[in-house]
Design a protein around this ligand. Structure first.
Ligand SMILES: NC(=O)c1ccc[n+]([C@@H]2O[C@H](COP(=O)([O-])OP(=O)(O)OC[C@H]3O[C@@H](n4cnc5c(N)ncnc54)[C@H](O)[C@@H]3O)[C@@H](O)[C@H]2O)c1
Length: 334
């Protein structure tokens, strides 16, 4: 039995608990969160009984094999490093970390302690991208030449996060698309130019970026452009706008994940998210497939990731987009 503890029992931590608690071969043993009301909500929603205010107590009191780190973007590092030092395998929510120094600390701890670290880039399990990846791997698109990607949120999403700042549309959103861009193309990023601005969210009291755009050049001279913003009007029918354009030497594709064919006319007219849904006592959809894959990889002893090295590279690219937007300079990744 794979024994898992969950660090951070907010939206994602509770979802992962619910997904894995009935998964064959897995026992979600305990969870930790400093906020009493959140622990109570986790108990009520997931049935999790063993709850800790401090994850360090959970690591020492429980016999665990692995932990899931689902704390806010800038708070993954210490919980992850402490878990690796305790010999626990890891699933860490994206982004791996919000500085290259933190990402390196996690990577070093993972390697020194010989544990497996899976970074939760869930869109790899999104069937639209998974099938595109399969077709690219089969050679149907030839060499990937360019990608142009937009993943943005309405203002209301940014306003709901109580850890915005220090997060940004770069860390919260672009980490997903940069991972997809590297994974789909299989290319090595060498240079980043970024642009962005702080206007609207600052006027609402949040000192973070409204919008970031990053141009990434790969080692073969091909390139990709990533855009993420947090200032779409709340009247937008979906919480997200997600468009993926990819061109290869033999073919091209356009994926639109904004409208997934479901339109609801309730109080408002909306396009709801379809990443996962609960029925028959289980969670279904790509969020579940990802968490189940993490568990299966550990149970089967066949770890393929997304790996800590891939998470580190994404953090390096996204940090460079922020740095370039701040300084106006092109960043060489070396
Ligand atoms: N893959 C996706 O599609 C996706 C979607 C949403 C969020 N996320 C990521 O998941 C992570 C969590 O997001 P969320 O929406 O669940 O946030 P959230 O704010 O709902 O939950 C975070 C929880 O972490 C707890 N926490 C803070 N410090 C802690 C500590 N030291 N020990 C234990 N718990 C601590 C908070 O009290 C809170 O309950 C973020 O990194 C976010 O970017 C990923």
């Amino acid at each position: 039995m794979l024994r898992i503890g969950v660090v951070g029992l907010g939206t994602r931590g509770r979802t992962f608990t619910y997904i894995l608690k009935n998964y064959p071969g897995v026992e979600v043993v305990a969870g930790a969160d400093p906020v009493e009301a959140t622990r109570a909500k986790a108990q009520q929603e997931t049935g999790l009984e063993k709850l800790y205010t401090d994850y360090r107590e959970m690591y020492s009191a429980e016999k665990l094999d692995a932990v899931i780190v689902a704390t806010p973007d800038h708070l993954h590092t210490q919980a992850a490093v402490d878990a690796a030092k305790a010999g626990l395998h890891l699933m860490i929510e994206k982004p791996l970390a919000t500085t290259v120094a933190d990402a390196a600390a996690i990577r070093n701890a993972v390697k020194e302690n010989k544990v497996n670290c899976f970074v939760a880039f869930g869109n790899r399990w999104n069937i639209a991208f998974a099938s595109l990846k399969q077709q690219i791997a089969e050679g149907q698109f030839g060499d990937i030449l360019l990608q142009s990607v937009r993943l943005s949120n309405v203002k209301g999403v940014a306003g709901k996060l109580n850890w915005n700042p220090p997060s940004s549309p770069g860390w919260f959103l672009m980490a997903h698309t940069v991972d997809l861009g590297l994974w789909l193309s299989g290319k090595k990023p060498v240079r980043v130019y970024g642009a962005g601005f702080k206007k609207e969210l600052v006027s609402m009291g949040y000192d973070t970026w409204d919008s970031l755009q990053g141009t990434v050049t790969f080692d073969d001279g091909t390139s990709a452009v990533f855009e993420s913003s947090w200032v779409l009007p709340n009247s937008f029918p979906s919480g997200i706008d997600f468009k993926y354009h990819i061109v290869g030497s033999k073919g091209a594709a356009n994926l639109d994940q904004t409208d997934q064919g479901v339109h609801l006319a309730l109080e408002r007219y909306t396009y709801p998210g379809t990443t996962h849904a609960r029925f028959d006592g289980q969670v279904h959809g790509f969020t579940a497939w990802m968490a189940q894959s993490f568990a299966r990889q550990l149970i089967d002893g066949n770890f393929v990731g997304p790996t800590v090295d891939e998470g580190y590279t994404v953090t390096r690219v996204v940090e460079a987009v922020h740095e370039s937007a701040r300084t106006g300079k092109v960043i060489e990744l070396g």
